[in-house]
Design a protein around this ligand. Structure first.
Ligand code: NDP
Length: 504
């Protein structure tokens, strides 16, 4: 067997007699068409690339486990969370968001934090970020938003005008922009950052009672960030520094870990809460909803093959298990569709069968058949339709999410809750940040926003001013803008401000 492994063969197993010399007519050539090995080698090479993820293209992954440390059965009936001490295997992929597959790990960007739990009730994916909020709360804006974070269609360059034009016309982004431009926008490594579900999810128990929840994976390595200057050096010194750090730490036996803390809100609390608990631009303040520790995640094994296990890994917030369900968060609702859709495009209709994506804790028994690259037994000789009287798999009614009410008029409509978009960004600036954090925030913003047109600088700085006058003033001074003009713009409605800054 070991001998056989050493023998070079074609993809179809024929021994290859020579892998250095093409078959030619005489030594000068031409090359013969009948050199099937050469033709196949080139043809496969020509097809090595698969579509890059539109977002989260650059990433690193590792295997590990999750261990339950508190009894949460009164909140959820998910079996993998049913017992203190219970362990579930998992796979995690960390990533940057906007950069291409070869971009630098130290770019200022949110970081993806996706966890696939291989549970006995199917795979459960928690596709989070290292920030608890997001830039927008309506998915109709998502493709536009991402376009502005990528490259100018004419120059193919990153473009500060596009970047800040969109954000300054979308004031709901201010909270996430403030986090992104703090040093949290450049985590030192993937090991030194937290992961958040960002979305609110629903947990429901055996009695059918439900709770709204948010996930916080808190790093046990401690939060550490790079300053802008350190990140700039790292980008050129080692563009893959975070990928390297994760791999090498695990190889050394330093297994990174995160504590899972949950914020839990009852339906009654949600009814009367002072803002919409499903608005992804907001956090639930810890004072109102103190996080409770429910478990611990440890990463202890590197993938053996990057492409097979990390590039082909595919997460979707739609991969839920009984006891865990979606919330009405509009961004989440769109992601339930879009992640699966991306993987169908990227990997094909049978991507769920790839080893990293396939179920490990339970069998997969569906009536789906055929499609490109169906490489398992394809259901064998069993029935391929339901209902049938030939012993095919049966639905399990107990797996149903409890029924819930929906109401309201169906139409295109904005969020309609009384809380403003600026209060939490202001709280972060005033109450959570130290003065050193605020100074770095100002410097990070000025160095980036300084590349945009002046009218866009003014419009965005007015939004910082609305979050906190000192915040707006510091940025204005850094950009040498007229503080009075910034103050005047900050008092306007978003529509008036857009009109007042439409041209120079
Ligand atoms: P708390 O003081 O109870 O919590 C503050 C949180 O902010 C901590 O979890 C801390 O996480 C995190 N934090 C500390 N420094 C920064 C920073 N420079 N940038 C981003 N996050 C930071 O306050 P509240 O719960 O009332 O929230 C106040 C603000 O804190 C929010 O508006 C939000 O911007 C931010 N925040 C809140 C979170 C929440 O879920 N409530 C989560 C993360 C941020 P750690 O110590 O682990 O770094």
């Amino acid at each position: 067997m070991a001998e056989d492994k050493k023998k070079l063969t074609t993809g179809f197993g024929k021994p290859v007699e020579d892998d250095q010399n093409s078959m030619t007519a005489g030594w000068p050539g031409p090359v013969l068409m009948q050199d099937v090995h050469l033709v196949d080698k080139l043809a496969h090479f020509d097809r090595e690339r698969i579509p890059e993820r539109v977002v989260h293209a650059k990433g690193a992954g590792a295997y590990g486990y999750f261990e339950v440390t508190a009894d949460v059965t009164k909140y959820t009936k998910a079996k993998f969370l049913s017992e203190v001490g219970k362990r579930t295997d998992l796979f995690v992929r960390f990533s940057t968001v906007g950069g291409e597959k070869g971009s630098a790990d130290a770019e200022r960007d949110p970081r993806g934090f996706a966890v696939k739990f291989y549970t006995e009730e199917g795979n459960y994916d928690m596709t989070g970020n290292n920030t608890p909020v997001f830039f927008i709360r309506d998915p109709l804006k998502f493709p536009d938003f991402i376009h502005t974070q990528k490259r100018n269609p004419a120059t193919n360059l990153k473009d500060a005008d596009m970047f800040w034009d969109f954000l300054s016309l979308t004031p709901e982004s201010i909270h996430q922009v403030t986090i992104l431009f703090s040093d949290s926008g450049t985590p030192r490594t993937f090991r030194n950052m937290n992961g958040y579900s960002s979305h609110t999810f629903k947990w429901y128990n055996e009695k059918g009672e439900h709770f709204w929840v948010q996930y916080h994976f808190k790093t046990e390595q401690g939060i550490q960030n790079l300053t802008r200057e350190e990140a700039d050096v790292m980008k050129s010194k080692d563009p893959d520094h975070a990928t390297r750090d994760l791999y090498e730490a695990i190889e050394r036996g330093e297994h990174p870990s995160w504590r899972l803390e949950m914020q839990i809100m009852t339906p009654e609390q949600a009814e009367s809460y002072r803002f919409d608990p499903f608005d992804i631009t907001k956090v639930w303040p810890h004072a109102d909803f103190p996080p409770i520790t429910v478990g611990r995640m440890v990463l202890n094994r590197n993938p053996e093959n990057y492409f097979a296990e990390v590039e082909q890994s595919a997460f979707s917030p739609g991969n839920l298990v009984p006891g865990i369900a979606a919330s009405p968060d509009k961004m989440l609702q769109a992601r339930l569709f879009s992640y699966h859709d991306t993987h169908l495009h990227r990997l094909g209709p049978n991507y769920h069968l790839l080893p990293v994506n396939s179920t490990k804790g339970c069998p997969m028994n569906s009536y789906q058949r055929d499609g490109f690259m169906r490489f398992d037994s394809n259901g064998g000789g069993g029935p391929n339709y339901y209902p049938n009287s030939f012993g095919g798999p049966e639905p399990e009614p107990k797996a149903a999410e409890p029924a819930f009410e929906v109401s309201g008029k169906a139409m295109r409509q904005p969020y309609n809750h009384p809380n403003d978009d600026f209060v939490q960004a202001g709280d972060l600036y005033r109450k959570v940040m130290t003065d050193a954090n605020r100074e770095n925030l100002r410097g990070n913003i000025v160095s980036h926003l300084g590349g945009a047109q002046k009218r866009i600088q003014l419009r965005q700085t007015a939004i910082f001013y609305k979050a906190d006058p000192d915040y707006g003033r510091r940025v204005a001074e850094g950009l040498r803008l007229d503080v009075k003009e910034v103050e005047r713009l900050s008092a306007m409605s978003a529509e008036e401000r857009a009109k007042a800054t439409a041209t120079d």
